[in-house]
Design a protein around this ligand. Structure first.
Ligand code: GLN
Length: 303
């Protein structure tokens, strides 16, 4: 398949949408990002890489990090993870508090903030350095040793992190945060602040296209666990828009408020698109459209 030609065609088609939507403005570092950016990359399971636009420009990965922390935790903990976090779509915004009380401090899934905080808590327990393990994993899988945190974003996340702090303390009141809350929040804010490009992330999610096998051939997840992570991406990866995303794109995907979205085509490739303008539910407007166009043009979806 002529991936480069398809990416060029996708970018031309979404051009009018670039800059539409609203850039995340809960922290100054994200509010300052140019809304007119657009990049898209595709990394095949055999190591070929294609890209268009700003595909080599690092951006704030934000909630895309939740896929990798889940995989790293699942690899160590197996099914025990599911004692502390569910796997059902929430139908609520990613930073919502409402369901936690009914569910006794057990978040609906690992891709809303509450669930991701539980995963970070567990990864911290298992490794002693959740954010460091995450950064090293992304460096190894992307092949980019310069991939790193953005300290300005991390500090700013902490300064404006009242809602995440509320979620973490609330879960701690049910015994579902086991490290000191401040430490868990610190690791979570730093994990969100990692900066990576579309090229980095398309490569980094390759292990999900390779059924759990890392770039060097080593196995991170069993085939079954890789299937599970992909399934949760499909049903929960774009928050309360996951139904719409599955309908339009038909791929496991995970978005972040930095405007990035990763998507996986099992057996074939990892994809990443970035454009900072977000819709009301926190997903990139041009990004979702680009993935929609991509699967429509190629016929490559999981359906
Ligand atoms: N740092 C953001 C937060 O915790 C991440 C959310 C997101 O990307 N959806 O609110």
């Amino acid at each position: 398949m002529d991936y480069q030609g398809i990416l060029d065609e996708v970018m031309a088609a979404v051009w009018p949408l670039i800059g539409q939507g609203r850039v995340a403005n809960y922290i100054p570092a994200l509010a300052a990002v140019d809304p007119n950016r657009f990049g898209m990359a595709l990394a095949t399971v055999d190591g070929d890489l294609f890209g268009v636009g700003d595909w080599r420009v690092p951006f704030s990965i934000q909630s895309i990090s939740k896929v990798f922390t889940l995989a790293l935790t699942l690899a160590r903990d197996g099914d025990d993870v599911w004692r502390r976090v569910g796997k059902e779509p929430s139908g609520n915004p990613f930073n919502s508090l409402v369901q936690l009380e009914y569910e006794q401090g057990i978040p609906r899934n690992p891709f809303i903030n509450a669930g991701a905080l539980v995963i970070t808590d567990r990864l911290l327990q298992l490794t002693g350095d959740a954010r460091g393990v995450l950064r090293d994993f992304l460096r190894a899988e992307s092949g980019n040793p310069a991939l790193d945190f953005d300290p300005v974003v991390a500090v700013s996340e902490a300064e404006h992190g009242h809602r995440n702090a509320a979620l973490a303390h609330f879960m701690a009141s049910y015994g579902n945060i086991e490290n000191p809350v401040a430490e868990v929040l610190e690791h979570y804010f730093w994990q969100c602040s990692l900066a990576a490009s579309c090229a980095d992330l398309a490569r980094a999610c390759g292990f999900l296209a390779r059924h759990g096998q890392r770039a060097d051939g080593e196995r991170l997840l069993t085939r079954s666990q890789a299937k599970q992570v992909n399934a949760i991406m499909l049903t929960c990866g774009t928050y309360d828009a996951a139904g719409e995303f599955a309908y339009r794109v038909g791929l496991p995907g995970k978005s972040g408020v930095g405007g990035g979205i990763i998507a996986v085509i099992p057996n074939r490739c990892g994809l990443c698109v970035w454009s900072p303008g977000l819709d009301a539910r926190g997903n990139s407007v041009a990004g979702v459209e680009a993935l929609d166009r991509f699967t429509t043009l190629t016929g490559l979806s999981v359906f």
